[in-house]
Write a protein that binds this ligand. Structure first.
Ligand code: AMP
Ligand code: MG
Length: 349
């Protein structure tokens, strides 16, 4: 009997914040007259948390409600779980035909294609048909059928997805193509949520969506939000990496988040689009970048590329840094990009 183990864990956690999960005010006003508020809602198959500082509960509630509404609309636009999402409808209609897209959908696809080109196709949102087979494999505890996988692979390739900026439209050059924004949408949604909070006058805020965290201005009297990142060897709070973040984002990708074990091999939810295979290497990639869209896509890309090529991609991205952990046998290999040490950490490492 094949052994199956399904683990879905939050890979990134707030250091001090998780302790108080209840919504609403979590502190009395600081000397600046600002109080801390925390809210949580489920979207995109994960829990979105918003922590913010505001003058009063009314401002906090109004801003966070608007931010969650924005996230919900993005979910309805971009979901590949809902056959009626704008993305899924567009995929059905765009085979060898131009289909006009909403500004958000066009923008995230443009960012995705940029990352696909930069990563040599390691990040590829057209991986949908293959992801679907591996999702089923996770549910059924059996590897995907080889023939079906071969057919699905024919439907994958970022070069078959074309975008026209002038028309704000997309076109798919092969039938059966299916786009999956799972590697970038949470970061994009967290960025969008921060923009909504700012439009409500709330710029001291942090948004966390599972493994993707976007930070705005730092809390009063501090130089950043403390964010704890779990690596492969982290067993508890003390062995996590503690970063201090402001006006930046951090994402973690890897098999610690979602995987299935079949016959002793561990299959990640991240696919190498060039082979159609789920990653089996134990690797955890944490990327800090200027925004959540970038950190989310970079972390997924570097998971596929591996330490050396992933580092190179990140070193060539302004404002980005990465910490990559990988198991070789039972040895833990850690590698850091050029600028990783410049990210403030507590305690200093
Ligand atoms: P993340 O947790 O951000 O690394 O994203 C993983 C999710 O992105 C998966 O669950 C798939 O939905 C999707 N995905 C898997 N492999 C890739 C890939 N190579 N490029 C882009 N998206 C991917
Ligand atoms: Mg990602």
């Amino acid at each position: 009997m094949a052994e199956i183990r399904r683990v879905i864990a939050i890979n990134l956690a707030f250091a001090a914040l998780l302790a108080s999960a209840a919504a609403g005010q979590t502190s009395s006003p600081s000397p600046t007259g600002l109080s801390r508020f925390e809210f949580a809602q489920a979207h995109m198959g994960t829990q979105f948390r918003i922590v913010l500082y505001a003058r009063d509960a009314e401002i906090a509630a109004k801003a966070s409600t608007a931010a969650f509404e924005r996230i919900a609309r993005l979910d309805a636009t971009m979901s590949d779980y809902r056959e009626t999402s704008e993305l899924m409808m567009a995929c059905k209609q765009a085979t060898r035909r131009w289909v006009r897209l909403s500004p958000d959908l066009f923008r995230i696809l443009a960012r995705s294609q940029q990352m696909a080109r930069r990563s040599g196709g390691a990040f590829d949102v057209t991986v949908g048909p293959v992801v679907r087979l591996w999702r089923r494999a996770r549910r059924m505890n059996a590897l995907p059928d080889a023939e079906k996988l071969a057919v699905a692979r024919q439907q994958v390739g970022y070069r078959w997805l074309r975008l026209d900026a002038r028309r704000q439209a997309m076109r798919l050059e092969r039938s059966g193509m299916r786009i999956d924004l799972g590697g970038i949408a949470k970061g994009y949604a967290a960025d969008a949520a921060l923009a909504v909070l700012k439009a409500h006058g709330v710029s001291i805020a942090l948004i966390a969506a599972g493994g993707d965290i976007v930070a705005g201005q730092p809390p009063p009297g501090s130089n950043g939000w403390t964010v704890a990142v779990r690596g492969l060897s982290s067993t508890d709070e003390a062995t996590m990496i503690h970063l201090r973040l402001a006006n930046a984002a951090v994402s973690t990708s890897g098999d610690a988040e979602q995987f299935v074990e079949i016959d002793g091999a561990r299959y990640s939810h991240i696919i190498d689009p060039r082979t159609g295979q789920a990653l089996t290497i134990r690797r955890s990639v944490t990327v800090v970048a200027l925004n959540g869209t970038a950190s989310d896509a970079l972390a997924t890309a570097a998971s596929v590329l591996g330490a050396a090529r992933g580092r190179r991609l990140i070193d060539h991205t302004p404002g980005a840094a990465a910490h990559i952990e990988q198991m070789r046998g039972d040895r833990l290999l850690v590698s850091e990009s050029k600028h990783w040490r410049e990210i403030p950490q507590t305690p200093a490492r």
